[in-house]
Design a protein around this ligand. Structure first.
Ligand code: ADP
Ligand code: MG
Length: 389
């Protein structure tokens, strides 16, 4: 998929450019805990500043419901951090669109940066409201989308706005599409790793990746549905009806399932133990893949030329159920350092890969969870359509 690049814009000097970024970062008591997403956007911002554009940045942050929530979801801490990273002043507007924003925009000189308020203060955002999009568009002359993580959503600042301004893709968005496209046109053998707990959102992905991959490694709660569909006892493990039905209907022959698991067992108190899948009892909860499964999965990862990963292998947030995810992250990282092209994405997946200190070994760590699933699953994405070259 080819997107219209900001490199194609002839004269940026003095132009007001509205950049939709994804700075939806974890903030605790006004402190940013992880600024990966901000760092990834810098290339686009620096390019635009260097060419004399006047930057108007716009992001969503969390899910503010009423006006009482607004202070908690203020973009002020982000603007401060960005100001340090860019080494320039970042002004902040108290509103999204409107007179205050318009006058702040009017004050911008070439290369200056203004950040609008959290776009989710506006009810029109998630409704893809045309009037709101038009008001936003009036602030600028050019629109740049660098927020891959929301491109699967029909929201006003991602979709409707492109009706009112010439629209381009930022560098981060372009890089995302390049990396994920490479995963969809894989050098074989491709090994896909799918796990996690948001199961019903991943069935489409499993289908597509099963067609393209040499093997699909299944772990996490997703695996439970497949095991149940094949007649195994899964005890108290997390499953859902829709995913069990999906597991039953999937005809693919290249699906790998766990042979053993780390379970929480309630039979004799609250014990953690390793069990073969055929020995899982009614009071067991599967919370990680076991050592035999790690070895089996690693044997495939070691031969991979392409690796795509979404979803942890277990409840890695808790120490006793961490080993499977960490081990696979390290095997995949080691393979990516040498022979394989490896991409990963998903909120918790990325967290786990960082915990394993393997993030620098991957060729691409996506900034989008749901958006990556959507793109790899071949869905039409409202944020990408208007940017197609
Ligand atoms: P991502 O955000 O990477 O796409 P998901 O949101 O689908 O991943 O799932 C991540 C969550 O899945 C993690 O918080 C993890 O604790 C949970 N998880 C993984 N395996 C299991 C399991 N066997 N049982 C319950 N929860 C699990
Ligand atoms: Mg998640």
């Amino acid at each position: 998929m080819l997107l219209k690049s900001i490199r194609g814009v002839k004269d940026l000097r003095g132009k007001r450019v509205l950049v939709r970024v994804d700075y939806n970062v974890p903030i605790d008591n006004g402190k940013i805990k992880e600024d990966y997403k901000i760092a990834e956007s810098l290339a686009t911002l620096r390019y635009l500043r260097r060419h004399g554009a006047r930057l108007i940045l716009l992001t969503h942050l969390g899910k503010p419901k009423t006006e009482a929530d607004w202070p908690k979801y203020s973009v002020e801490p982000i603007a401060k951090r960005l100001s340090k990273m860019l080494d320039c002043k970042v002004a902040v507007s108290a509103e999204v669109s409107g007179l205050k924003s318009a006058s702040a925009v009017a004050k911008l000189g070439d290369g200056d940066v203004l950040m609008l308020a959290n776009v989710r203060y506006e009810a029109g955002e998630e409704k893809n409201d045309a009037r709101f999009a038009k008001r936003l568009a009036e602030l600028a002359e050019i629109y740049v989308n660098d927020a891959f993580a929301v491109c699967h959503r029909a929201h006003a600042s991602v979709s409707a706005i492109s009706k009112y301004l010439p629209a381009y893709a930022g560098f981060l968005l372009e890089d995302e599409i390049k990396a994920l496209t490479r995963a969809l046109e894989p050098v074989q053998p491709m090994i896909s790793i799918i796990g996690g707990a948001k199961i019903s959102s991943k069935t489409g992905l499993v289908k597509v990746l099963a067609k393209k991959s040499h093997k699909v490694i299944i772990g996490g709660a997703l695996a439970n549905n497949f095991l149940l569909a094949r007649g195994y006892e899964t005890g108290l493990s997390l499953v859902d009806e829709e995913s069990i039905a999906f597991a039953r209907s999937l005809k693919a022959k290249n699906i790998l399932l766990p042979e053993d698991a780390v379970v929480k067992s309630y039979v004799d108190g609250d014990a953690v133990r390793v069990k073969n899948i055929s020995d899982i009892g009614k009071k067991d909860t599967i919370l990680d893949i076991g050592p035999k499964t790690i070895a089996l999965y690693a044997s495939y990862i070691r031969e991979a030329a392409t690796i795509v990963w979404n979803g942890p292998m277990g409840r890695f947030e808790e120490k006793p159920f961490r080993a499977g995810t960490i081990a696979l992250a390290q095997f995949a990282g080691a393979r990516a350092r040498g022979r394989a092209f490896a991409v990963a994405g998903g909120g918790e997946t990325v967290e786990a890969i960082k915990l394993a200190k393997a993030d620098h070994d991957f060729d691409w760590i996506s900034t989008g969870g749901g958006a990556m699933l959507s793109f790899l699953g071949g869905e039409r994405m409202p944020g990408l359509e208007p940017l197609k070259a």
